[in-house]
Design a protein around this ligand. Sequence first.
Ligand code: FMN
Length: 649
Amino acid sequence: MERKYPNLCQSIKIGNIYFRNRMFGAPMGGTDITADCTIGPKSTAFYELRAKGGVANVTVSELVVHPETEASHMYHLDLQTVNSLASFTYTADAIRRHGAIASVELSHSGQYAGTYLIDKDKKRDMAQWGPSKGKRPDGLEVKELTEELIQDIIKAYGEKAALAKKAGFEMVMVHGGHGWLINQFLSPYFNKRKDKYGGSLENRIRFASEIITSIRKAVGPGFPIEFRMSGSELFEGGYDLKDGIQVAKSIEDKIDLLHVSAGTYHRGFGKTHPSMFLPHGPNVYLAEEIKKHVSIPVATVGGLNDPEKMEEIIASGKADIVVMARALLADPELPKKVMRNKEDQIIHCLRCFTCMSERAETSTRRCTVNPLIGREMDGLEIVEAAKKKKVLVVGAGPGGLQAAVTAARRGHKVILCEKSNEVGGILVGEQALPFKYEMYRLGVTLGKIAQEENVEIRLKTAVDQAYAEKENADVVIVAAGSEPFLPPIKGLNQDHVFIVNEYHHNLDQIQDQVVVLGGGLAGCEIALHLSIEGKEVNLIEMNDALAPDANIRHRPLLLEEIERCGISVYKNHLGLNISENGVVCKNQAGEELLIEGETIICALGQKPRRDVVEQLVDAAPIVMIVGDCAKVSNITTAIYQGHHAGMDV
Ligand SMILES: Cc1cc2nc3c(=O)[nH]c(=O)nc-3n(C[C@H](O)[C@H](O)[C@H](O)COP(=O)(O)O)c2cc1C
C-alpha cells in the first residue's frame, strides 16, 4: 500500500524499543483518581482508547514522585499504597495489548504543588516547596528545598521509575517543562539559589541531570527515557531558547528522546496549550532549533493535528516525532486514519478547551467533539442494533449530524433532512472566523462521514408534520437548532444592521466602524474577528462581564485578545435603539449616549426552534429532541445528545 504520509507512518527505534509510527500521545492529566491516589478504572479506559486508535505510545500523566513534598491528589506509585502497583500494571496492560508503548510521566509540581488541598487544616504542616523561598501569586508561601530534600526527590525519581518498569511500562517521561519543579530549577526566574543547584545555567541544570542519572541507574540501559522540556519559557525573566539549547546539549547523552514543548502553565497557558488564536504548531520552531544542536531524536508538540503539516515537519527534519494531546481526544483514531490514507475523516480538535476546563471545574474529562471521552466505560461503544429501524433526522447541525452518523453506524436506515443548502447548521457561520475554522470543518467532516455511512442526506428540505408522517419512520430525531433572539430594540430592521448568524453572508457590507451589540461568547468572537480585519470596533454589553458563557480556559484568552486588539468595550450599557449612525444606550448612571458605528452586528443570544419541535412531537412512534431546539446550549451538548439519540434508537 502506498501511504500518503510515509514519514508519519514510519516506525522509529528509541533506546531498545520500536515504536510503530511517529505519532506519539502526550500526557493528559488523570481523572478518576482513587481515594488512595491510584489509577481508577475509568482512567485506564481513557488511556486504552488512545492505544486502540493506533498512536505509537500513550503516556500516563502526572505520577507524583515525592508525595512528601507534593501531595496533590495525583497518582502515587509506591509499595505502601494498597493497589498502587496493580492499578499501574492494569493500565500498562491496557495500553500494551493494542500495540502501543506504555509510558508514564514522572512529575513534581514544586511550588505549584497542591499540598494545601490535602492539608487544609494544616495539621500535617505541609508546604509548597520550590528551588527558592518566596510567595506564589496567590499568596501561598513557598519554602526552599533543602539539599537533603533535593537528594530525597532525586532518589524518588529512580524508585518510581523502577516501579513503573515493574508494572510493565516500557518507557518513562521526565517532566522537565511547563513551569513545574525541574523547570523551576532551570529557570532564573524561580531559581535564586546560591548553592550548586543555582546560579549559573550549569548549576541550574544539575537537578535535572541528577534525576536522569538516578532513573537510568534504576531502569538500566536501553530503557527509553524521554525528557520533556520547554524549549523556552516564553516570558520575560524566564530562560530563552539559547538556554534551552544548552539544557538539551547538557543532558542528551543521558536520555533517549528529547521532547520540546514551550512556555509554562501559569505564565502563558495559551502558548503551552496553543489556543485557537494561534496557528497550528506555533512551537515547532523551538524543536527545530534545538534539533540542530543534538544528535538524539527530538519530538515537537503543541496545536498539531493536520497530517499534512505533521508529515512536513518530519520530512523536512524539523523534528523526528510529533506529539499530540487534544487532537487525540477529539479523534483517538487519528493515527489509524493517517495510516489508512483517510485523513478527510479525521474529526479535528477545536481547541475550545472544554477538556481542560471540565477537569478544573468538575474533575472529569469531556471533549466537545468526542462523546466517549471520560465516559469510556459507560457502554458507549457502537454496536450493531438487533432490530434495524428507519430513522428520520431533522436538521443537519452538529447534533443532527452526530445522531445520523451514530444511528447509521448501528445499521439503521437514516434519512437526514436539512432545510438549507448545506450541512453544518450553526457551524456554517464559523467559516468567516479563521480562528474558528475547525468548527466549520467539523460540520463538513461529519457530513462526509455521514455519506460514507450511507446516510441519505436531503438538502433544501424543511420537514413538517405531513412530510415526516409520509416518511413513516420508526424514529424521528429533531435537531432543528436555534434561531437568533431579538429583543424589542427599535431599529433592528435597517439595512446596516446584521444578525450574528448571517454575518458570514454579509462580510462585504461591513463598514469601517462597527458596533457589536451583545458581549456574550458569540459577540466577543465576532468583535475580535472584525478588529483583526482592521475595523474599529465598539462592543456593547448590558451586564458587567464579557463572555460569561465561555469556559474558564477559553475566556481569559479571549478577553486577552480583545484587550490586545484595542476593542472599545462598553459594559453595563443597555442598548435602547439603533439609529443610522450607531446604538443609543443607557449607561449605569442612567444617562443616554450614542455609541457610534456605521454597521451594527447583533449578537443577543439564541432561542430554541420550538415551532419545529411542536410540529413533530407526534410524527413517529418515538420522537427524540436533541441540541439547541431542546434547550439552547453549546456544541458539546448537541454532539453528546445527538450521539446518545443515535445509540438509543
Ligand atoms: C486535558 C489535558 C490535560 C493535560 N495534562 C497534562 C499532564 O498531566 N502533564 C503534562 O505534561 N501535560 C499535560 N497536558 C499538556 C499536553 O501534554 C500538551 O503538552 C498540550 O496540550 C499541547 O498539546 P496539544 O496542542 O496537542 O493539546 C495536558 C493537556 C490537556 C489538553
